[in-house]
Design a protein around this ligand. Structure first.
Ligand SMILES: [Zn+2]
Length: 322
Protein backbone atom coordinates (compact mmCIF):
# COMPACT_ATOMS: atom_id res chain seq x y z
CA UNK A 1 0.00 0.00 0.00
CA UNK A 2 1.14 3.53 -0.78
CA UNK A 3 2.06 5.88 2.06
CA UNK A 4 -0.03 8.96 2.91
CA UNK A 5 2.33 11.44 1.12
CA UNK A 6 2.44 9.14 -1.94
CA UNK A 7 -1.37 9.02 -2.15
CA UNK A 8 -1.55 12.81 -1.71
CA UNK A 9 0.94 13.29 -4.56
CA UNK A 10 -1.09 11.04 -6.86
CA UNK A 11 -4.30 12.93 -6.03
CA UNK A 12 -2.58 16.26 -6.73
CA UNK A 13 -1.30 14.98 -10.09
CA UNK A 14 -4.67 13.56 -11.22
CA UNK A 15 -6.87 16.30 -9.78
CA UNK A 16 -4.84 19.52 -9.64
CA UNK A 17 -6.43 22.68 -8.30
CA UNK A 18 -8.70 24.20 -10.96
CA UNK A 19 -9.34 20.92 -12.78
CA UNK A 20 -12.95 20.90 -11.55
CA UNK A 21 -14.74 24.18 -10.92
CA UNK A 22 -18.11 24.18 -9.11
CA UNK A 23 -20.82 26.12 -10.95
CA UNK A 24 -23.77 26.16 -8.61
CA UNK A 25 -26.88 28.04 -9.72
CA UNK A 26 -30.65 28.13 -9.09
CA UNK A 27 -31.05 24.89 -11.08
CA UNK A 28 -28.73 22.94 -8.79
CA UNK A 29 -25.11 21.92 -8.40
CA UNK A 30 -22.91 21.64 -11.48
CA UNK A 31 -19.21 21.15 -12.11
CA UNK A 32 -17.10 22.33 -15.03
CA UNK A 33 -14.30 19.90 -15.91
CA UNK A 34 -11.26 21.71 -17.37
CA UNK A 35 -8.89 18.93 -18.42
CA UNK A 36 -7.99 20.25 -21.87
CA UNK A 37 -9.69 17.35 -23.70
CA UNK A 38 -12.55 19.46 -25.03
CA UNK A 39 -12.60 22.84 -26.77
CA UNK A 40 -15.57 23.75 -24.58
CA UNK A 41 -15.12 22.20 -21.11
CA UNK A 42 -18.11 20.02 -20.21
CA UNK A 43 -20.38 20.99 -17.33
CA UNK A 44 -21.78 18.02 -15.42
CA UNK A 45 -24.64 17.84 -12.92
CA UNK A 46 -23.96 16.54 -9.42
CA UNK A 47 -24.44 12.89 -8.50
CA UNK A 48 -26.80 13.93 -5.70
CA UNK A 49 -29.09 15.77 -8.10
CA UNK A 50 -29.14 12.84 -10.51
CA UNK A 51 -30.04 10.38 -7.76
CA UNK A 52 -32.97 12.60 -6.74
CA UNK A 53 -35.15 10.63 -9.18
CA UNK A 54 -35.23 7.98 -6.45
CA UNK A 55 -38.37 8.98 -4.59
CA UNK A 56 -37.84 8.94 -0.90
CA UNK A 57 -40.94 7.53 0.76
CA UNK A 58 -39.77 8.25 4.28
CA UNK A 59 -39.45 11.91 3.32
CA UNK A 60 -42.97 12.00 1.91
CA UNK A 61 -44.33 10.46 5.12
CA UNK A 62 -42.33 12.92 7.15
CA UNK A 63 -43.82 15.88 5.30
CA UNK A 64 -47.34 14.53 5.65
CA UNK A 65 -46.89 13.89 9.38
CA UNK A 66 -45.51 17.38 10.02
CA UNK A 67 -48.38 19.01 8.13
CA UNK A 68 -50.95 16.91 10.03
CA UNK A 69 -49.25 17.75 13.34
CA UNK A 70 -49.71 21.42 12.54
CA UNK A 71 -53.39 20.88 11.68
CA UNK A 72 -54.01 19.03 14.98
CA UNK A 73 -52.26 21.69 17.04
CA UNK A 74 -54.14 24.59 15.44
CA UNK A 75 -57.55 23.28 14.37
CA UNK A 76 -59.42 25.19 17.11
CA UNK A 77 -58.16 28.45 15.59
CA UNK A 78 -59.54 27.62 12.16
CA UNK A 79 -62.38 29.79 10.84
CA UNK A 80 -63.99 30.02 7.39
CA UNK A 81 -61.97 33.18 6.88
CA UNK A 82 -58.50 31.87 7.82
CA UNK A 83 -58.60 28.16 6.92
CA UNK A 84 -56.81 28.65 3.60
CA UNK A 85 -54.08 30.57 5.34
CA UNK A 86 -53.62 27.74 7.88
CA UNK A 87 -53.44 25.18 5.09
CA UNK A 88 -50.71 27.21 3.40
CA UNK A 89 -48.74 27.34 6.67
CA UNK A 90 -49.25 23.58 7.23
CA UNK A 91 -47.85 22.94 3.75
CA UNK A 92 -44.77 25.05 4.47
CA UNK A 93 -43.98 23.64 7.96
CA UNK A 94 -42.25 20.40 6.84
CA UNK A 95 -40.00 22.24 4.42
CA UNK A 96 -38.92 24.67 7.14
CA UNK A 97 -38.11 21.80 9.50
CA UNK A 98 -36.12 20.04 6.80
CA UNK A 99 -34.14 23.18 6.06
CA UNK A 100 -33.26 23.58 9.74
CA UNK A 101 -32.07 19.96 9.96
CA UNK A 102 -30.00 20.31 6.79
CA UNK A 103 -28.49 23.58 8.08
CA UNK A 104 -27.12 21.77 11.13
CA UNK A 105 -25.85 19.02 8.84
CA UNK A 106 -24.07 21.58 6.64
CA UNK A 107 -22.48 23.26 9.66
CA UNK A 108 -21.24 19.89 10.97
CA UNK A 109 -19.72 19.23 7.55
CA UNK A 110 -18.06 22.64 7.39
CA UNK A 111 -16.57 22.31 10.88
CA UNK A 112 -15.14 18.85 10.19
CA UNK A 113 -13.55 20.32 7.02
CA UNK A 114 -12.03 23.12 9.11
CA UNK A 115 -10.62 20.57 11.60
CA UNK A 116 -9.22 18.15 8.99
CA UNK A 117 -7.72 20.94 6.85
CA UNK A 118 -5.99 22.49 9.87
CA UNK A 119 -4.69 19.02 10.77
CA UNK A 120 -3.32 18.40 7.25
CA UNK A 121 -1.79 21.89 7.07
CA UNK A 122 -0.10 21.73 10.51
CA UNK A 123 0.71 18.02 10.31
CA UNK A 124 -0.52 17.70 13.90
CA UNK A 125 -3.80 16.24 15.05
CA UNK A 126 -5.79 18.88 16.98
CA UNK A 127 -6.06 17.77 20.62
CA UNK A 128 -9.66 18.89 21.12
CA UNK A 129 -11.96 19.00 18.09
CA UNK A 130 -14.81 20.63 20.03
CA UNK A 131 -12.51 23.58 20.87
CA UNK A 132 -12.26 24.30 17.13
CA UNK A 133 -16.01 24.88 16.71
CA UNK A 134 -16.28 28.57 15.76
CA UNK A 135 -17.87 30.78 18.43
CA UNK A 136 -21.64 31.05 18.05
CA UNK A 137 -21.90 27.68 16.28
CA UNK A 138 -21.71 25.63 19.48
CA UNK A 139 -25.24 24.26 19.11
CA UNK A 140 -25.58 21.08 21.24
CA UNK A 141 -26.27 18.99 18.12
CA UNK A 142 -23.08 20.23 16.49
CA UNK A 143 -21.01 19.63 19.65
CA UNK A 144 -22.40 16.07 19.84
CA UNK A 145 -21.50 15.35 16.20
CA UNK A 146 -17.97 16.77 16.53
CA UNK A 147 -17.37 14.78 19.74
CA UNK A 148 -18.50 11.69 17.82
CA UNK A 149 -16.10 12.54 15.00
CA UNK A 150 -13.19 12.80 17.43
CA UNK A 151 -14.18 9.49 19.07
CA UNK A 152 -14.11 7.82 15.63
CA UNK A 153 -10.69 9.35 14.87
CA UNK A 154 -9.23 8.10 18.19
CA UNK A 155 -10.82 4.63 18.04
CA UNK A 156 -9.58 3.95 14.50
CA UNK A 157 -6.43 6.07 14.47
CA UNK A 158 -7.86 7.86 11.42
CA UNK A 159 -5.59 10.30 9.57
CA UNK A 160 -7.02 12.61 6.88
CA UNK A 161 -5.48 12.49 3.39
CA UNK A 162 -7.92 14.72 1.49
CA UNK A 163 -11.12 16.59 2.25
CA UNK A 164 -13.92 17.89 -0.02
CA UNK A 165 -12.42 16.57 -3.24
CA UNK A 166 -14.13 17.21 -6.60
CA UNK A 167 -14.46 14.10 -8.76
CA UNK A 168 -16.13 13.48 -12.13
CA UNK A 169 -16.78 10.91 -14.83
CA UNK A 170 -16.83 11.68 -18.55
CA UNK A 171 -18.50 8.33 -19.13
CA UNK A 172 -21.38 8.91 -16.72
CA UNK A 173 -21.46 12.68 -17.37
CA UNK A 174 -21.70 13.48 -13.65
CA UNK A 175 -19.50 15.03 -10.99
CA UNK A 176 -19.57 15.55 -7.26
CA UNK A 177 -17.71 16.37 -4.08
CA UNK A 178 -16.53 13.44 -2.02
CA UNK A 179 -16.25 14.08 1.71
CA UNK A 180 -13.07 12.46 2.95
CA UNK A 181 -10.16 10.20 2.17
CA UNK A 182 -7.96 8.92 4.96
CA UNK A 183 -5.96 6.12 6.47
CA UNK A 184 -7.58 4.13 9.25
CA UNK A 185 -6.72 1.17 11.39
CA UNK A 186 -8.65 -2.01 10.80
CA UNK A 187 -8.42 -4.88 13.29
CA UNK A 188 -7.97 -8.20 11.47
CA UNK A 189 -7.66 -10.46 14.52
CA UNK A 190 -8.80 -9.37 17.96
CA UNK A 191 -6.16 -8.92 20.71
CA UNK A 192 -5.72 -11.65 23.31
CA UNK A 193 -6.54 -10.78 26.92
CA UNK A 194 -3.79 -9.45 29.19
CA UNK A 195 -1.11 -9.68 26.54
CA UNK A 196 1.82 -7.27 26.54
CA UNK A 197 1.71 -7.19 22.77
CA UNK A 198 4.93 -7.50 20.84
CA UNK A 199 3.81 -5.99 17.59
CA UNK A 200 5.98 -6.25 14.51
CA UNK A 201 5.36 -5.59 10.84
CA UNK A 202 6.29 -7.85 7.91
CA UNK A 203 9.86 -6.52 7.82
CA UNK A 204 10.28 -7.07 11.56
CA UNK A 205 10.05 -3.39 12.42
CA UNK A 206 8.54 -2.36 15.77
CA UNK A 207 4.98 -1.04 16.11
CA UNK A 208 6.22 2.53 16.56
CA UNK A 209 7.59 2.49 13.00
CA UNK A 210 4.22 1.35 11.62
CA UNK A 211 2.24 3.92 13.56
CA UNK A 212 4.63 6.62 12.36
CA UNK A 213 4.10 5.72 8.69
CA UNK A 214 0.51 4.49 9.18
CA UNK A 215 1.11 1.91 6.52
CA UNK A 216 1.04 -1.85 6.40
CA UNK A 217 0.15 -4.71 8.68
CA UNK A 218 1.16 -5.39 12.25
CA UNK A 219 1.02 -8.72 14.15
CA UNK A 220 1.55 -9.58 17.83
CA UNK A 221 4.19 -12.29 18.17
CA UNK A 222 2.51 -13.52 21.39
CA UNK A 223 -1.30 -13.48 20.96
CA UNK A 224 -1.61 -13.19 17.16
CA UNK A 225 -3.46 -9.85 17.46
CA UNK A 226 -3.32 -8.28 14.01
CA UNK A 227 -4.30 -4.97 12.47
CA UNK A 228 -3.56 -3.05 9.33
CA UNK A 229 -3.90 0.46 7.99
CA UNK A 230 -6.39 0.85 5.21
CA UNK A 231 -6.93 3.61 2.68
CA UNK A 232 -10.57 4.56 3.15
CA UNK A 233 -13.16 6.73 1.45
CA UNK A 234 -15.47 8.19 4.06
CA UNK A 235 -18.77 10.00 3.86
CA UNK A 236 -20.01 11.88 6.91
CA UNK A 237 -23.72 11.83 7.68
CA UNK A 238 -25.50 13.40 10.62
CA UNK A 239 -29.02 12.36 9.67
CA UNK A 240 -30.76 9.73 11.79
CA UNK A 241 -31.64 7.39 8.95
CA UNK A 242 -29.34 6.31 6.14
CA UNK A 243 -31.19 6.36 2.83
CA UNK A 244 -30.48 3.87 0.06
CA UNK A 245 -29.38 6.64 -2.28
CA UNK A 246 -26.58 7.63 0.13
CA UNK A 247 -24.97 4.29 -0.63
CA UNK A 248 -25.27 4.90 -4.36
CA UNK A 249 -23.84 8.39 -4.01
CA UNK A 250 -20.82 7.24 -1.99
CA UNK A 251 -20.21 4.23 -4.24
CA UNK A 252 -20.14 6.52 -7.28
CA UNK A 253 -17.59 8.80 -5.58
CA UNK A 254 -15.49 5.70 -4.90
CA UNK A 255 -15.72 4.62 -8.54
CA UNK A 256 -14.97 8.08 -9.95
CA UNK A 257 -12.02 8.59 -7.60
CA UNK A 258 -10.56 5.15 -8.38
CA UNK A 259 -10.80 5.77 -12.14
CA UNK A 260 -9.34 9.29 -11.99
CA UNK A 261 -6.47 8.71 -9.55
CA UNK A 262 -5.75 5.04 -10.24
CA UNK A 263 -5.90 3.96 -6.59
CA UNK A 264 -8.85 2.04 -5.18
CA UNK A 265 -9.71 2.92 -1.59
CA UNK A 266 -9.74 -0.44 0.21
CA UNK A 267 -12.81 0.46 2.20
CA UNK A 268 -15.76 2.69 1.58
CA UNK A 269 -17.72 3.75 4.66
CA UNK A 270 -20.48 6.05 5.83
CA UNK A 271 -19.65 7.56 9.21
CA UNK A 272 -22.92 8.35 10.92
CA UNK A 273 -22.49 10.78 13.81
CA UNK A 274 -25.17 11.31 16.44
CA UNK A 275 -26.55 14.81 17.07
CA UNK A 276 -27.65 13.76 20.58
CA UNK A 277 -25.29 11.25 22.16
CA UNK A 278 -21.79 12.06 20.92
CA UNK A 279 -21.57 8.55 19.45
CA UNK A 280 -20.98 7.23 15.94
CA UNK A 281 -21.72 4.23 13.76
CA UNK A 282 -19.79 2.90 10.79
CA UNK A 283 -21.72 1.57 7.83
CA UNK A 284 -19.43 -0.35 5.50
CA UNK A 285 -20.47 -0.32 1.84
CA UNK A 286 -18.89 -3.78 1.54
CA UNK A 287 -19.20 -3.92 -2.26
CA UNK A 288 -18.87 -0.34 -3.56
CA UNK A 289 -18.03 -1.55 -7.09
CA UNK A 290 -21.28 -3.45 -7.42
CA UNK A 291 -23.34 -0.64 -5.86
CA UNK A 292 -21.68 1.88 -8.20
CA UNK A 293 -22.58 -0.30 -11.16
CA UNK A 294 -26.26 -0.23 -10.16
CA UNK A 295 -26.04 3.50 -9.46
CA UNK A 296 -24.68 4.09 -12.95
CA UNK A 297 -27.91 2.58 -14.32
CA UNK A 298 -29.76 5.21 -12.28
CA UNK A 299 -27.73 7.85 -14.09
CA UNK A 300 -28.82 6.29 -17.38
CA UNK A 301 -32.50 6.25 -16.35
CA UNK A 302 -32.24 9.92 -15.52
CA UNK A 303 -30.53 10.60 -18.86
CA UNK A 304 -33.49 8.89 -20.56
CA UNK A 305 -35.98 11.07 -18.71
CA UNK A 306 -34.04 14.22 -19.63
CA UNK A 307 -34.00 13.02 -23.26
CA UNK A 308 -37.81 12.77 -23.32
CA UNK A 309 -38.08 16.21 -21.73
CA UNK A 310 -35.78 17.71 -24.37
CA UNK A 311 -37.82 16.15 -27.19
CA UNK A 312 -41.06 17.45 -25.71
CA UNK A 313 -39.62 20.91 -25.17
CA UNK A 314 -38.77 21.06 -28.86
CA UNK A 315 -42.25 19.81 -29.77
CA UNK A 316 -43.85 22.60 -27.78
CA UNK A 317 -41.66 25.20 -29.45
CA UNK A 318 -42.66 23.97 -32.89
CA UNK A 319 -46.35 24.11 -32.04
CA UNK A 320 -46.02 27.66 -30.74
CA UNK A 321 -44.16 28.85 -33.84
CA UNK A 322 -46.81 27.31 -36.14
ZN1 LIG B 1 -0.49 -9.77 22.00
Amino acid sequence: MLSIPEIQAKIKAALPLGRVVPRHNEHGHFYEVIDGNDAIPPVYPSVTGKLAILKDESLINYKQNKALEYMFAHYSEFTDANIMEHIEIAKAVPQQNLIQASDVGTEIHDIRQLIFEKWMKDGIKPADFVALIPPGQDDIRIVSAIRALQKFVEDHDYTPIACELFVYSHKLKVAGTLDDLGMMRQVIRKPGQECDHQLLNGSGEKESAIIKSRNGKCTCMVCDYQYKYEFVLLDLKSSNALKDHYFQQVALYWKMFSALVGIKPERCIILQVSKEKGTYKIEDLKRPGKIAQYASYMMKVDEGIQFIKSLRRNNQKEIITL
